[in-house]
Design a protein around this ligand. Sequence first.
Ligand code: DCP
Ligand code: MG
Length: 591
Amino acid sequence: MENSTDRPMFRLFAYLEKYRFSLWFSSISAVVNKAFDLMPPILTAWIIDSVSHNPPVWIADWFGYTEIRSVIIFLGVLTAIIFLTESFFEWLFQRGFLRLAQNVQHDLRVEAYDKMQKREISFFENERTGNLMSILNNDINQLERFLNSSFYQILHLITLFIFASVSLFLVSPKLAWIGIIPLPFIFIGSMYYQKLISPHYQNIRQKVGALSSRLENNISGIMVVKSFTAEKFEAERVEEASSDYRDANFNAIRFNALYVPLIRILITVGFVSVLVLGSFMIINDTGEITIGALAFFSMMIQRLLWPVTGLGRIFDEYERAKASARRVFKIMDGESEIKDGDEKIDSIKGNLKLENIAFKYEHGESVLKRINLDIKQGQTIGIVGSTGAGKTTLIKLLLRLYDVSEGSISIDGMDIRKMKLENLRRNISLVSQDVYMFHGTIRENICYGTELKSEEEIMAAAQKAELHDFVISLEKGYDSIVGERGIKLSGGQRQRLSIARAILKNAPILILDEATSAVDMETERAIQENLMELAIGKTALVIAHRLSTIRNADEIIVLHQGIVKEQGTHQELIQEKGIYADLWKVQFLRE
Ligand code: DCP
Ligand code: MG
């Protein structure tokens, strides 16, 4: 089947469509620049021939053979013009490709990121984070490098080959053949060298990857390192990773240092042959070439042969860019398996209905087997179940982070798969079990995902979450930085911040997943009173291990082995003498 990433470089250039003009302009400038760059050998030849009273015919036609001084001045001026033009076009193409590469890497990164973040959660569970980061960083940078330099180097090479071979063969086919004898050898040598060196480079990349992930792990786990006094052990592991990296580099350098001297020998063969043979041609007075032509040959042959040494590297860069483009476009082509609905919903009432829903994660047993629930607007539902029973999973289904395997979930009578995802999720406030904070201030974290809120609203939310007093006790108050992942806050403070977030969002459906598990009993009671008030008119789902949290719920359900095992008010469930009653007894006795 034809895949969109089958021809990644084709895709890359199709992507450049937007910058078509800039691409053409820069490419033409690069070609012109190279052509002018190749003029000096010709000019040198002309000057040499002119001073030896043998100027090129077309110049002689202009000035006459006797006007040597004018010819020389003319050639001097021509040389100056050529150098100026060459520099001008160099500036044009360098600037053009730099800008093009920067624009493209920016566009690609932003677009690929946006595509990626729209993917379903299971995509992120299956992909390694490091891998995704590397696509967005390294692969896109690789493409930037390709457009920035490798691409014009290819253009330069093509120009050089055409220009040099045509001019060499025009001047003297015999000498040209001799001069290019080393060419195939250099070509093969360069390819062979690339093949030889590339596993070493791969090895270096692997070793540097291992080293940096070692460092990263150690720095983020510094607390564990210190508390287990494992500094010596870790220092040794870092030393080991670092010396692996050094050795890998040494291995590559060995070949690298040998390559250029070896190639130089081949080039010398071509150069010397041309020089010797050409000189003989002149001495023997065969009239085949002039002294200027010999000078031209000796210069041009070197110019032609040297760049061939870089061919292997350019092919390699091309292959790498191709592999990077393939990965980047694969991300770009990825579609979320959670399909967005079409129905636009402004506001919802909050009647929830779960009909015969079943769910299993991609690889695993069924987590939920047959759940039926009918929750009316304004009700507060407590959800209980042992760890791993599927409580959090149920919430994820409601938010469509995953889609149900069977059955359906509807809100106000509409299947949630029909609603626009944005509308659905905006109508649900979630305080999740694993609170995540972004690096930034407390204020930014409370406001996360909501439109601009006034200072009063933010403070009111913090007050209801019992967070305000703590915040104003800080030197910088709401502008205090929470640190990466909220590391500068305690577990309970993070939870309260996330409750404040949900309160500020003020959606008709409120979900608390173990929202107060890390705060003390007294604070929990205070938060709860505030939440009661807040939850008026809202549908609330409250998951709790601490049963006192949900004691007053309108209805409590007990999830067990994928089904709703018990259902009723606190009193009813106590009388039922089932799982709930047992749990209650244990917790009540303990407290
Ligand atoms: N599971 C899985 N893949 C995931 C997430 C969970 O296979 N990406 C499994 C692990 C559990 C089961 O699903 O066996 C249910 O997980 P939940 O998070 O829904 O469990 P609870 O929320 O009920 O447990 P806890 O009380 O510990 O939060
Ligand atoms: Mg859970």
